[in-house]
Design a protein around this ligand. Structure first.
Ligand SMILES: *[C@@H]1O[C@H](CO)[C@@H](O)[C@H](O)[C@H]1NC(C)=O
Ligand SMILES: *[C@@H]1O[C@H](CO)[C@@H](O)[C@H](O)[C@H]1NC(C)=O
Ligand SMILES: *[C@@H]1O[C@H](CO)[C@@H](O)[C@H](O)[C@H]1NC(C)=O
Length: 390
């Protein structure tokens, strides 16, 4: 069975204009990034667009001129640098857990030992992104990757391991910027563990498999959208401001056309509370994306081009750098009790070189579908399952 699975964690927040623009941009960027990723990834997907936006917005603090402009546009950030700073300063404190669930977004800056950071960049990185700074010997690529990966593991309950491979680092590496996003929440209406059983899932009209499927009967926010030919179901976690939304195409092979209209899918729907008998496969996904090709398609080009990049704001000596790699690893585990999801994204910055590197209504989720997790306005995770497995 193919099921498209979209995790959006959006953050409901105040009426501030800059933050509103960021939230709109988060939806647009999520959709745009997803469209790029599905070109080369036919199977299950879990991605955190927000993690990419956070680490590249941090990167943008060291960018100037057209390089900075392209990052603003490609990430769909608010269009003035002041608004960008204001928006992230408001957003970051919202990405925190409480007594009901765990949520954290953490940022970190690693800089080559013996290199001095630009004071202005450091100030903004700390003030806006809460990013700690640490010197590291990138020449010992194995030890440096272990150090960075340990930090990521610590921020993601060890769900994201080996984000950085030694080959991403070299004697040319000057900085590595990292973001980690972690969520762990219990359903406010858990599935009955004894109700889980093998059921059919249709990967396509003709191909069916058997998968462990959970069930629960409960009152949920439910919507039908005839135009998109899908149904929406929203499952709250304890605390009720983080939700998991399933977008289920009405047709067994309806996913593709829905994916083409993701922007509309991510808009608020016409929900009503309905009593629903939900069948949902359990699933667990983990994947790694090398993001440079997708980001180039989104118009971010100069930052990856040694001849054109203006990334002179990072180092005290104002020497220009170039982005050599952007990688994200993400994980999600959806079970009877709740969801654990994590993602980490790293940006490696090198000294400039010549070449660039790199009754109840029956709601049977038995065909490909989309889902998202929302904590109000920012999309934390986005993904697809074409074949659930655990
Ligand atoms: C989920 O519920 C279990 C059992 O009540 C509890 O031990 C756990 O801490 C909860 N998880 C979160 C993330 O709060
Ligand atoms: C939303 O739901 C109401 C009540 O069922 C209905 O009258 C209205 O047409 C719906 N709007 C859309 C956009 O589907
Ligand atoms: C997924 O969650 C279940 C239930 O909480 C847990 O038993 C299992 O170990 C988790 N799997 C992973 C890989 O974290």
């Amino acid at each position: 069975m193919k099921f498209l699975f979209l995790v959006l964690i959006a953050v409901t927040v105040c009426a501030d204009d800059a933050l509103k623009e960021l939230q709109q941009g988060n939806i647009q960027f999520s959709s745009a990034l997803y469209q790029q990723l599905i070109k080369t990834n036919p199977g299950n997907i879990i991605v955190s667009p927000l993690s990419v936006q956070l680490v590249l917005a941090l990167t943008q603090l060291g960018a100037k001129g057209d390089t900075a402009q392209e990052l603003t546009k490609g990430l769909y950030l608010p269009n003035s640098p002041e608004k960008v700073k204001e928006a992230f300063k408001l957003l970051l404190p919202k990405l925190k857990g409480n007594e009901f669930y765990k949520l954290e977004a953490a940022n970190k800056v690693y800089i080559k030992e013996d290199y001095a950071i630009n004071a202005e960049f450091q100030k903004l990185a700390e003030e806006i992104f809460g990013a700690g700074l640490e010197n590291i010997d990138f020449v010992d690529t194995a030890a440096a990757s272990v150090t960075i990966n340990k930090w990521v593991e610590g921020k993601t309950n060890e769900k994201i391991k080996n984000l950085i491979t030694p080959d991403m680092l070299s004697a040319m590496t000057r900085l590595v910027l990292v973001n980690a996003v972690y969520f762990n929440g219990n359903w406010s209406s858990p599935f009955d563990t004894y109700g889980t059983e093998k059921r059919k899932f249709f990967k396509s009209e003709k191909e069916e498999i058997e998968v462990a499927t959970m069930q629960v009967t409960e009152t949920f926010k439910y919507a039908e959208n005839k135009d998109l030919d899908v149904r929406f179901l929203e499952l709250p976690y304890d605390g009720h401001d983080v939700t998991f939304t399933i977008i289920l195409p009405n047709q067994k092979e309806g996913l593709k056309s829905v994916e083409g209209r993701l922007n509309e899918v991510l808009l608020p729907q016409n929900y009503s509370y309905e009593r629903v008998h939900l069948y949902l496969p359990k699933f667990r996904i983990e994947n790694t994306f090398k993001l440079v090709p997708a980001l180039k398609e989104l118009g971010i080009q100069k930052a990856f081009d040694g001849d054109e990049a203006d990334l002179t704001g990072f180092l005290a000596d104002k020497k220009s750098l170039v982005i050599s790699d952007v990688v994200q690893k993400a994980f999600i585990n959806v079970t009877e009790t709740g969801t654990e999801a994590a993602a980490a994204t790293a940006v490696a910055l090198n000294r400039v070189l010549f070449e660039h590197s790199m009754t109840p209504i029956d709601f049977k989720v038995e065909q490909p579908f989309l889902y998202f997790i929302r904590k109000e306005e920012a999309i934390l995770f986005l993904g697809r399952i074409s074949s659930p497995s655990s």
